[in-house]
Design a protein around this ligand. Structure first.
Ligand code: ARG
Length: 599
């Protein structure tokens, strides 16, 4: 496929010197495999695009393909057998480390910062978006040849620790230092929430509730944070312990999600000893001015941002923004990156505009390297979430609910399924993560269960089902067919499928439905590349749905194991099944979704 594309580009380049040659993908395989839109070239040459495409169709010749003028487009269309051979060899015969769409190392370094939950605030459904969008972005960048560092800017420092320390010492320390049992003051926790981290969360919520009646409590919290920043041993000891409790629980969630980071040690607190030197740098650069009540701010009006960036509060304590500045400076020196992606909600757009603007003032090196990848909030039918008020939806509850709903469906449809719990977990997760990806990244999403787990919509389970169905066909085919769609454990973003030779005769794949499936498979590399351009998994998710849908047409119209198939037809059709299974599994894997072999 790549070779054909290059030949096409070369011939166009020779015929149209000085013209930018950008190929597109036609809308359907019926039109062709590659399209050259003639508009721009025609304009440059002072010609009519329809006429130009006809001229080119008449003058260029490419072995194994026909060139068709379709209005202003020049389409390259492969003969069915050539198309089958091109796609199948890319999906089956390529070396294990070079799957379809994979790019060689490009020498570029990318930091993807994602997840970044706040300690003692629990993991909410909002963090799922950051975690899974970030995971997919990290995977895909790596797949496309970038060197990727996965960072988690844990919220393990800040005024919320003042709140927590105040709340803990006020109500919990005396009678229940281990946080294991129910507190007298608290609502009894739901059975599965009897965890120390949930206790901290309850303390936090209670403090904010009481504080509304008694504003003096605010000073109490502020004092505790000051003590913490000043190195007070008791404040430090408790903070450390809160952090350990939280990390333990986060790790459990990351394990469940199959997500990992290069380090969990570079949270906000990590930068603490660099706060003073960074303030000095800002001072030396002449950026700091006095704000209200002794605060220090940086004006950004000259770069079109009317709200100044607050970097130090009146009481001398640092804030969230300060720690982000320090983190960026640290990352420059530690990673020398080309690009740093921040996968954080749309509510922080202004924050990152300010941070990036300050960095650019401080050091032009940062210009163009920093990118905020915002995503919309997750909405519930009941309205917005707030940790302070305690009406949050916990990620784990969502995953549990997805799993249980899927388990109920399995119970009904396939009660004898082996390893039901594992499959239900994989499908539930697939449903939630895929739903997230199918939604436009920046728009808010509302979780509606029926849409999330539907087996017949544009859902994760639909794609997972296509994969499982293929494996069931391959098992029925016997021999080593099923094994060809299996692979060992992956260490990076690539699933190591062993190369397998193509059947000699691909005549069984001439039917339009087989060709349509090949065409959708051919769209995967482009979709993966677009993930990086738009910093969202949506194009990949959509293309996987298109492949799954095309497979369903193929399965219905091209009998694979029919007794009257010749061995050649059967082999060719099975080979396309293997290729499709591999493609679906690899694509889901990039998104952080498992593909069960049976469901
Ligand atoms: N901890 C923050 C939150 O949960 C997100 C941190 C985002 N990353 C950053 N570098 N500021 O809202």
């Amino acid at each position: 496929m790549d070779a054909l594309r290059r030949t096409f580009e070369q011939q166009l380049g020779a015929a149209l010197p000085g013209v930018d040659i950008t190929l597109e993908r036609p809308r359907s395989g019926e039109l062709g495999d590659l399209a050259f839109p003639c508009f721009r070239a025609a304009k440059q040459l002072g010609k009519n695009p329809v006429q130009l495409s006809q001229e080119l169709a008449g003058s260029l010749h490419i072995e194994g393909a026909t060139l068709v003028a379709a209005g202003p487009y020049l389409n390259l269309k492969l003969a069915p057998a050539t198309r089958a051979a091109a796609i199948l060899s890319a999906l089956l015969a390529a070396p294990a480390e070079q799957p379809f769409g994979r790019q060689p190392a490009n020498g570029k370094k990318v930091i993807v910062e994602y997840s970044s939950p706040n300690i003692a605030k629990l993991f909410t459904i909002g963090h799922l978006r950051s975690t899974m969008i970030g995971h997919a972005l990290a995977q895909v960048h790596q797949f496309l040849g970038y060197e990727v560092t996965r960072l988690n800017h844990l919220g393990d420092w800040g005024t919320q620790f003042g709140t927590l320390l105040a709340a803990y010492t006020r109500w919990a320390q005396a009678d229940n230092a281990d946080l294991e049992a129910d507190f007298e003051w608290a609502e009894p926790a739901p059975e599965k929430r009897r965890t120390p981290l949930f206790r901290l969360f309850q303390l936090y919520v209670r403090f904010h509730a009481d504080e509304e009646q008694d504003p003096a409590m605010r000073d109490e919290a502020r004092d505790w944070f000051k003590r913490l920043e000043a190195g007070d041993p008791e404040a430090r000891r408790l903070w450390k312990w809160f952090r350990t409790i939280s990390l333990k629980e986060f790790q459990r969630i990351y394990d469940r999600l199959g997500v990992s980071f290069d380090t969990l040690e570079q949270g906000e607190a990590f930068y603490e000893d660099q706060l003073v030197p960074t303030m000095q740098k800002l001072e030396d650069a002449g950026l700091l001015v006095a704000g209200d009540k002794g605060a220090r701010i940086i004006n950004l009006e000259d770069v079109g941002i009317s709200t100044p960036c607050l970097v130090q509060k009146g009481d001398g304590t640092s804030i969230y923004a300060t720690r982000d500045l320090v983190a960026a400076l640290y990352r420059k020196q530690a990673y020398d990156f080309d690009r740093c992606l921040y996968v954080v909600g749309t509510d922080q757009v202004l924050h990152f505009q300010q941070i990036f603007a300050v960095l650019a003032k401080l050091d032009p090196w940062f210009q163009g390297r920093m990118l905020h990848t915002p995503f919309g909030m997750v909405k519930l039918p009941e309205g917005k979430m707030s940790t302070r008020k305690g009406n949050v939806i916990f990620l784990e509850d969502v995953l549990d609910e997805a799993r249980d709903r899927v388990a109920a469906i399995i119970e009904e449809k396939n009660p004898d399924l082996q390893g039901r719990e594992v499959v239900a977990e994989q499908l539930g997760m697939g449903a939630v993560v895929f739903f997230d990806a199918m939604n436009d990244r920046v728009k808010p999403i509302t979780f509606t269960w029926d849409r999330v787990i539907a087996l017949d919509g544009d859902t994760g389970p639909y794609v997972q089902y296509a994969h499982a169905r293929i494996l069931s066909v391959l098992r029925k085919a016997g021999g080593d067919w099923a094994a060809k769609a299996q692979c060992g454990a992956a260490t990076g973003p690539v699933l190591p499928f062993a190369p397998t030779p193509l059947p000699a005769d691909l005549g069984g794949l001439e039917a339009p439905e087989a060709q349509a499936l090949l065409f959708e498979l051919a769209g995967l590399p482009g979709a993966i590349a677009t993930v990086v351009e738009g910093c969202m998994a949506t194009p990949l998710a959509r293309q996987l749905v298109s492949v799954a849908r095309a497979f369903s047409g193929y399965y219905t119209n091209c009998p694979i194991l029919a007794p009257d198939n010749s061995p050649a037809v059967r082999d060719a059709r099975l080979a396309l099944c293997v290729a499709t299974a591999r493609a679906l599994r690899q694509g889901l894997y990039l998104m952080g979704i498992q593909a069960p072999e049976e469901m």
